[in-house]
Every structure is written in C-alpha cells, then in structure tokens.
Write a protein that binds this ligand. Structure first.
Ligand SMILES: Cc1ncc(COP(=O)(O)O)c(C=O)c1O
Length: 392
C-alpha cells in the first residue's frame, strides 16, 4: 500500500513535536544562543556550507527558525523557505532575489501601504524601476510593460479592500514573458490559497498575521524554489534581517491551529459581512464572497474553503468612524494590525495607507470613512452585538 502523506491539518498540529526524538520536551526548546560550538574545522566548514540545516551564528539562522521554514515550505508547496525579521524584510529580500539594477517591476497599486513605500522609496535606490498599476487590468499591464520588466508583485487578497488576485490569469500572461511572479499571501494563508500551486514563483508572508494568529511575534517568510530561496537567505544573512528564535518559537505555537482558525475566521467574516450589508449606517461592505463583490465568481473558484477574516466597511466620513471607534473601546479595539484571534479594527487612511496621498487613497477606493475589520474567533453574535452598539 502506498502511504498517503499527512493532511495539512495533521502536519500543522504536529509541527515542532518530533524535532528532537524521544525523551524530549513536548514543546520544543527556544535556542536563545547567538553562536554554536564545533568539534573540528571540517565540522565548522560543513555547517557553513549547509546554512539551511546547521547553526553557526544567530544571523545565519537558528534551529527555531528552521523548524518554521521546513513547515512553511511544505504548507505552501515550495522547495525551500527563509524566515526573516519582519514581513517587510521578506518582501524586500524576495524582490531583491528576482530583480537587480536596471530591472523593472510591475506591482499592483493596491499593495499594503508599507510595501508601497518600500517600492517607491527603496527599490529605485537599488537601480530598480517600479510601475504601480492595476495588475488586474491587462491593458494597463501591457502599457506599463518594458523590455526590462522582470517581475510582477501583488497580494492574493488585497489590503484593505479584499480584491481577489486572478493569479491563474496573471501567470498565464507573465509566463511567456519570463516574468517572476511574487505574491504576498499574508491575508489568505496556505490554509485557503497556495499561490505556488497556481504558478507563482515566490510567496511572502508577514508572520504576525494569520500564520501566528496572535499579536505577540514579529517576523516574515519567503517561500519558493531552492535557488531563489538561497539568494534570499544570502541577502538576509548579509543585511542581518534574520528571524529571532523567540519570535520563531512563538509563531510556531500559533501556526499549529492555523487550519481551524482560518475556517472559523472565514465563517464569522462572511456572516458579519452579510449582516453589515443590511445595516443603514454602513454605506458599503467589501468581502469577496458577498454577492455585491465584483469578483465573487473568481473568489468562489480560488477560495472554495472561505475567503478569510478580513473585511472593509465604509461609514462615509472620518467623524462617523471616530464616533464608532470611541463607542467600541473595550469591545472591539482599534489596533493597527490584523489576524488576532480577537476581533480588531483599524483605520487604513490613518495607518496602513498613511504613506499614500489622499488622492492616491481615493483612487484606490480607500476613503476617509473606511474601517478594516479583522474578524476574530468569538461567538459571531457577540461581535454583531458589539458592532451594533458602535454603529448606533
Ligand atoms: C499584506 C501585508 N504584507 C506585509 C506586511 C508587512 O509585514 P510586517 O509588519 O511583518 O513587516 C503587512 C503588515 O501589515 C501586510 O498587511
């Protein structure tokens, strides 16, 4: 009988457990050491030549980071993974692995504001030109294409308006052109969508989002082919953007429940999105599986198990948002991140997208009345009750 590989759920729940064999703690230890010992020069040499397997010095990678890398690489279906100190470090290292001086990047204009700032301010300093376009619009893509274009970058579910990336279409267009496709999969996670299976070349994540599921660990990860990940690792070691062992350990504690969390986040978000769409104080709701979402058919095709826990709602003005935020104190906190097990909300115009001018935000549909809700795992009727109080 051919043995079937473990289901993703099993892989997740058991991750980190068998790293040390028998007579070992159930929860893996934290390797809080900046340096490791060697018995001979040959041993030292071997450790340097296998940085994804052996530890030499903290900046070159840690045992806790390696457990996470192995797991994430399997979850996304990559050959390798490299953990980084933050999601932004992962985005930067991934792009530098596929782009060099003189190259041009086509990036979706809806990307997270921090990524937007990196693309606009830092890549040009490396001699990399960037065009921010609506990557969903084939004509816009073709107009922006240059002989030097080498890569495209987009988020699988965009922040904050939950635009669904038509990755099969983008890959079909970019493959004959030889472009590397880099996808930020932080909002979707491999529990709901695996970009490498749809033909992307590299995937990045911000770890404090759904992969961890709590707001206690920082970090990022790049996943993809072995050669490109090696370039990412070299870059991360050179600039010192290595993930710390405690953050890697904390992320591992959270990721073990990823599958179940994403199911519940998705159910709760869909229920609330439907309910909010009927509320008179709400002008519009953005969630991929709502009939009002322009990409509902694509969302059903690419996200058959649910579209995650993020949704956006428009209250029409900053004043209305501020009144709602004040009423929600102690129930649904205003906290400029996402993906915690508890529901939180944020104000994109004043947080994630503050680097954009009001005109740029308006062009993307991010108005002064927009709230982004990160729907948690609570009993959904309790969240609805709290929101009702906030919206009154
Ligand atoms: C979609 C997305 N990608 C990347 C990042 C950056 O990650 P980090 O804050 O871990 O650097 C964020 C942060 O909010 C994000 O929302």
């Amino acid at each position: 009988m051919v043995e079937r590989p473990d289901h993703r759920q099993t892989l997740l729940v058991r991750s980190g457990l068998d790293a040390h064999g028998t007579d070992s703690p159930l929860s893996p230890p934290i390797y809080q050491s900046t340096v490791y010992q060697f018995g001979s020069l040959d041993d030292l040499e071997a450790a340097f030549t296998e940085p994804s397997k052996r530890s030499v010095y903290y900046r070159n990678g840690t045992p806790n980071g390696r457990v996470l890398e192995e797991l994430l690489s399997r979850l996304e279906g990559g050959e390798a993974a490299v953990c980084t100190a933050s999601g932004m470090a992962a985005v930067y290292a991934a792009l530098l692995a596929v782009l060099g001086p003189g190259d041009h990047l086509l990036a979706d204009w809806r990307v997270y504001g921090g990524t937007y700032a990196l693309l606009v301010h830092d890549l040009p300093k490396q001699g990399i030109e960037v065009s921010l376009v609506d990557l969903q619009d084939r004509e816009a893509r073709e107009q922006a294409l240059r002989p030097t274009t080498r890569a495209v970058f987009a988020e699988s579910l965009s922040n904050p308006l939950m635009n669904v990336l038509d990755l099969p279409e983008l890959v079909a267009w970019s493959s004959p052109l030889g472009l590397a496709v880099v996808v930020d999969n932080s909002f979707a996670t491999p529990a709901l969508f695996r970009p490498l299976e749809w033909g992307a070349g590299l995937v990045v994540h911000s770890l404090p989002k759904y992969l961890s599921g709590h707001s206690s660990a920082m970090g990022g990860v790049v996943i993809g082919g072995a050669a490109q990940c090696q370039r990412v690792r070299d870059q991360v070691i050179r600039v010192g953007a290595t993930l710390g062992p405690f953050d890697a350990w904390m992320a591992l504690q959270g990721i073990r429940t990823l599958e179940l969390r994403m199911q519940r986040h998705s159910q709760n978000a869909l229920t609330l999105a439907r309910w909010l769409s009927t509320h008179p104080a709400v002008q519009s709701v953005h969630y991929p599986l709502l009939p009002s979402h322009p990409q509902i058919e694509l969302a059903k095709q690419l996200f058959p198990q649910g579209a995650g826990g993020m949704l956006a709602l428009d209250l029409g003005s900053r004043g209305r948002v501020d009144r709602a935020v004040r009423k929600l104190v102690g129930r649904i906190p205003l906290a400029p991140s996402l993906a915690d097990v508890a529901t939180t909300l944020t104000y994109p115009a004043g947080t994630s997208h503050r680097a954009l001018s009001p005109e740029q935000r308006a062009a993307q549909g991010i108005g002064d009345g927009l709230i982004r809700l990160s729907v948690g795992l609570e009993w959904v009727e309790d969240v609805a009750r709290d929101l009702l109080a906030g919206l009154q």
